[in-house]
Design a protein around this ligand. Sequence first.
Ligand SMILES: [Zn+2]
Length: 283
Amino acid sequence: MKKIFRAVCALILTAGLVGCGSAPASTADAPNTTVEVTTTMATTEATTTAAPETTTAAPETTTEATTVLEYAPIERAEIDPEKPIIALTFDDGPTDLTPQILDILEEKQVVASFFLIGNNITDATADTVKREHAQGHEVDNHSRTHSQMPEMTAEEIAAEIQYTSDKVEELIGIPTPFFRPPYISVNDTMYEAIDIPFICGYLPNDYMDTVDVQQRIDNVKANAKDGEVILLHDFSGNVQTVEALPTIIDNLVADGYQFVTVSELFEIKGVTPEEGQMYTIVW
Ligand SMILES: [Zn+2]
């Protein structure tokens, strides 16, 4: 059943990508001033870990420390707007695979954006969501149930988005800033009912078992563009993306890319997301 669903998804996704925008981005439009990317979202957690300087012998570990406190924001170089930027995004989490993705991002000192399915946010995955936020990643919205939303009423659509945003806000204190439609399947009712911007992305087909690790690596390398959103998946069992990710990142770094969240992509490119549009490249 899931396989059939994914196959349908692929068709819709391919069709959807046609309208997602694919013109090459121009770096000429980039502002001359350097943009300092802040990670204020996670500073509240970070500051609570700092021991007062006057303390003579702070204990090495405290039993009270929560999982979140173990994760400091990923240290990043200042973004140079003259150089290309790109946003890695992951759909369908949080799952048991997500911590492996987070470990790689931490090791590579790269930030990403996670588009969560509301029904996947449970007691078992709550710490993963907190970790995403604490490390400076963006937590975005991929509906509550991952259904074909064009078949829903406006009220049902709004409830899907609200549920996931509320669950995220309960955990990290901020609502979800962006929405990615399940299967990139959209209609006018959705654009009217959902009041956060829609994000598409370049899809290296990493949701298909038949697309192997090397193909995933090659697809991203061949299709990376300045200002682009890359659409990957952290659904449970997607181990080929875990295997591909370190090389995907290394290749992008070698090609001069800097990694930003989706919000930062718009901010750095000086673009205000418009209603009724779905973005794959921001410039
Ligand atoms: Zn999805």
